[in-house]
Design a protein around this ligand. Structure first.
Ligand code: NAD
Ligand code: MG
Length: 390
């Protein structure tokens, strides 16, 4: 008998109704012999959560918004699925020993605490939620090492780097080259950006993603967050991280070793691949995703990012260099301004200005504790919100 067919990996998807969460469920659906769904969580989207629960029959679901608890509970009354809600539900469920692998696919700072709990009880992590490492990467990665927890990146760039590093444990990295599509406003200047609206900013040329990361991609903050994410995942110094614009999103990122040799991981832009890779690691699973045909790719282009226009990259570089709570402050301010922009409360270029002012104003701490990270997050949110009159 084949062991693979008997022991299924039990998956907890935190943020199952999002872009990453739903794509993960598609991967699981086609590999039902290898994975079972144990936990599903959503903040608002009760209808989709109910639908997912009825289809995948998890042990537990969490609906963040307490007003929606009754509806979810009633809809699942004929099943034995347990329904949780409330402020501490995510952490409580993350601490339960009913799953093997957490796919951390909540967006923003909200993903940090449940991921921390999962690491504390020794669960493997598939990390989509980059904000967790931006806010408290030192504490998270130290805990993971202490508890021998693998943190497998889901972000396509970091999955690429992770894949390039397989078989290279004894070899030093000279640098990593993070590729960036440049987002919908590549080549544009401030006089154009001053007028762009949310609908336009949400149109990403290569990827279909949640609202927050789509705006982050348009402002290039996404790449800034990813530089900091790379630092913690791969234990890099700031000068070992380079960003290059590669509009086609075919090369997902590269690693250059000390002998100058460069490895790249490539493929069509499709998040299901890095999601599947993280779920099945160290195995590669056969699938029927569309294949890249090099005869049909006429150009792979590379250029330097325009940091004069997309100043978020400069701010992120500063946060990366200075460390401490500065990335946490930057992330908090960014979350505030992105949601304000999504609600048409501020303009595209106002976002960077507010992040910069917040970074200059909130007290810098060189080596924060977890509590101090939480305090800095709160302080930066309040400061940024006041600044833009929210
Ligand atoms: P999304 O907005 O589509 O989904 C977010 C999920 O998190 C939803 O299930 C939502 O219910 C849940 N959620 C939102 N706010 C919450 C809160 N306060 N508390 C608890 N749950 C909450 O986002 P996404 O695009 O799937 O991105 C998820 C994460 O993955 C982000 O950190 C993003 O940067 C990262 N990521 C996404 C992609 C992508 O292609 N979408 C690629 C790389 C990395
Ligand atoms: Mg990415």
């Amino acid at each position: 008998m084949n062991n693979d067919t008997i022991i299924k990996k039990r998956i907890a998807i935190f943020g199952s109704t999002g872009s990453i969460g739903t794509q993960a469920l598609e991967v699981i659906e086609t590999n039902e012999d290898k994975f079972s769904v144990e936990v599903l969580t959503a903040q608002q989207n009760d209808d989709l959560l109910i639908q997912q629960a009825l289809k995948f029959n998890p042990n537990i679901v969490v609906i963040g918004d307490e007003k929606k608890y009754r509806k979810v509970k009633d809809a699942l009354a004929s099943t034995d699925i347990k329904v949780f809600t409330g402020e501490n539900a995510l952490e409580e469920v993350a601490s339960m020993d009913c799953y093997d692998f957490m796919l951390a696919a909540i967006v923003g700072f909200a993903g940090l605490k449940p991921t921390m709990k999962a690491i504390e009880i020794g669960k493997a992590i598939g990390l989509a939620n980059k904000e967790t490492l931006v806010v408290a990467g030192d504490i998270i990665m130290n805990k993971a090492v202490e508890n021998k927890v693998p943190v497998i990146p889901v972000d396509s760039e970091h999955s690429a780097i992770f894949q390039c590093l397989i078989g290279e444990t004894r070899n030093r990295i000279e640098k990593v080259i993070l590729t960036a599509s440049g987002g919908p406003f590549i080549g544009r200047k401030p006089n154009y950006l001053v007028n762009v609206k949310r609908e336009h900013a949400l149109q990403h040329p290569n990827w279909n993603m949640g609202a927050k990361i789509s705006i982050d991609s348009a402002t290039l903050m996404n790449k800034g967050l990813e530089m900091i994410e790379a630092k913690w995942l791969f234990n890099l110094r700031p000068e070992q991280i380079q960003v290059v614009i590669h509009q086609q999103s075919i090369i997902h990122s590269m690693v250059q070793f000390e002998d100058g040799s460069i490895k790249a991981q490539m493929g069509l832009p499709d998040m299901k691949l890095p999601i599947q890779y993280a779920l099945a690691f160290p195995k590669r699973l056969k699938n029927n995703f569309p294949r890249l045909d090099f005869r049909k790719v006429s150009t792979l282009s590379f250029e330097e990012p325009d940091v004069k226009t997309f100043r978020n990259l400069v701010l992120a570089q500063e946060a990366l260099n200075k460390g401490g709570n500065l990335p946490c402050i930057m992330n908090a301010a960014n979350e505030i301004v992105v949601y304000a922009f999504l609600r048409n409360r501020i303009s595209f270029l106002d976002m960077t200005d507010a992040i910069e002012k917040t970074m200059q104003s909130v007290t810098y701490i060189g080596k924060p504790t977890l509590e101090e990270y939480f305090e800095s997050d709160g302080e930066a949110r309040n400061f940024a919100a006041d600044l833009i009159n929210l």
